[in-house]
Ligand binder design. Structure first.
Ligand code: PHE
Length: 345
């Protein structure tokens, strides 16, 4: 009867062990079947009531069964441990094949690329960067540049007025007057990049806001040769060593003589093409020798000092440099446009 009991316990134990699906459950079974107070172990106490010849066999059977159950439990333990580990690993894996979140890189506006390049070229020639207000007085924007109230040149530079005497500057030339007035009669060699405004109807080639780089050099014995050499060096650095410049007579109230400066067309090397309208030249800037009236009005004796000045349209240079077909693209900040000018690392 005890034998049958042992077998039954064994069968029970085995099926419960097999069915257990967690190590916690298995730990419970270990106690249930192998602890001192388990049914199996309690059978030991019946050992004494058996006839001596059966005792040995029963004892052996009991130990054997205990060992078998213990082995089954540890086997199952090992199995469950592996299973649980595998599950844990699976749940904690990081999918490194997932593409990372991309950071969108912007691009520097070609306007600023060109502004910085022009600035660097002049800094390397020993110029310093000067600054001046965008909201300007009539006095500085016009009067001190030899453009009196009723001067017809004012018509070419209509702007936005804040009041009768305060306006958005139409060019960076007022910085000439500010710089001269602040220099206490000392020699000057400055450039001034900055925003300028005119009342224009915006289209592919006109914008009510644009930017210039003003240049001003004042010293003793400055002549037009200095102007030409400076601008020639600028043209070659900016547009390539092969570029040549030519000066054409022009008119600005604040320079005398005044010139327009053209460079040989980079597209056709001066032979004439659609870009330069068959002339072989492209106009890039205006300049001239500082008018004696301007020197006088701003604190320099024109009998002792002379100087040259120039104004470069930044967008114009960028347009020529990059073949951009519409000035408005500089201000729209369309990333597709900006990406085209992203600097290569
Ligand atoms: N200020 C002039 C313009 O805007 C350019 C210029 C600057 C001409 C300096 C001569 C000297 O058209």
């Amino acid at each position: 009867m005890e034998n049958q009991n042992i077998n039954e316990i064994y069968e029970n134990a085995m099926s419960e062990i097999n069915e257990s699906s967690t190590s916690e459950k298995l730990a419970e079974l270990k106690i249930k079947f192998l602890a001192k107070k388990s049914v199996l172990m309690s059978l030991l106490s019946s050992l004494g009531s058996l006839p001596p010849e059966e005792r040995k066999e029963f004892g052996l059977k009991l130990n054997e069964t205990k060992a078998k159950i213990a082995e089954a439990i540890s086997k199952k333990e090992e199995e469950l441990r592996k299973e649980e580990l595998a599950k844990k690993l699976a749940s904690e894996t990081i999918d490194i094949s997932l593409p990372s979140r991309k950071r969108e890189l912007g691009g520097q506006n070609p306007f600023y690329v060109v502004k910085d390049e022009i600035t660097d070229i002049f800094l390397n020639m020993g110029f310093e960067v000067a600054d001046g207000p965008e909201v300007e007085t009539d006095l500085f924007n016009f009067e001190l540049l030899n453009i009196p109230q009723d001067h017809p040149a004012r018509d070419m530079q209509d702007t936005f007025y804040i009041s009768d005497s305060v306006l958005l500057r139409t060019h960076t030339s007022p910085v000439q007057a500010h710089t001269m007035q602040n220099a206490n009669g000392k020699p000057i060699r400055i450039i001034c990049p900055g925003k300028t405004y005119r009342r224009d109807d915006d289209d592919a080639t006109h914008s009510h806001q644009f930017a210039q780089i003003e240049g001003l050099v004042i010293d003793k014995d400055i002549n037009i040769g200095h102007l030409k050499a400076t601008l020639e060096l600028f043209a070659k650095k900016m547009f390539g060593e092969k570029r040549e410049i030519r000066l054409r007579p022009s008119y600005f109230p604040f320079t005398e003589p005044s010139v327009e400066v053209d460079i040989t067309c980079a597209n056709c090397d001066g032979k004439g093409c659609s870009m330069c309208k068959g002339t072989g030249y492209i106009e890039i800037l205006g300049g001239g020798m500082v008018h004696p009236n301007v020197l006088k009005m701003n604190g320099y004796d024109p009998d002792i000092y002379s100087g040259f000045a120039f104004g470069i349209g930044i967008e114009r240079v960028a347009i020529l440099r990059y073949g951009i077909d519409d000035i408005r693209k500089f201000y729209q900040n369309d990333v597709r446009f900006l990406h085209q000018y992203r600097k290569k690392a």
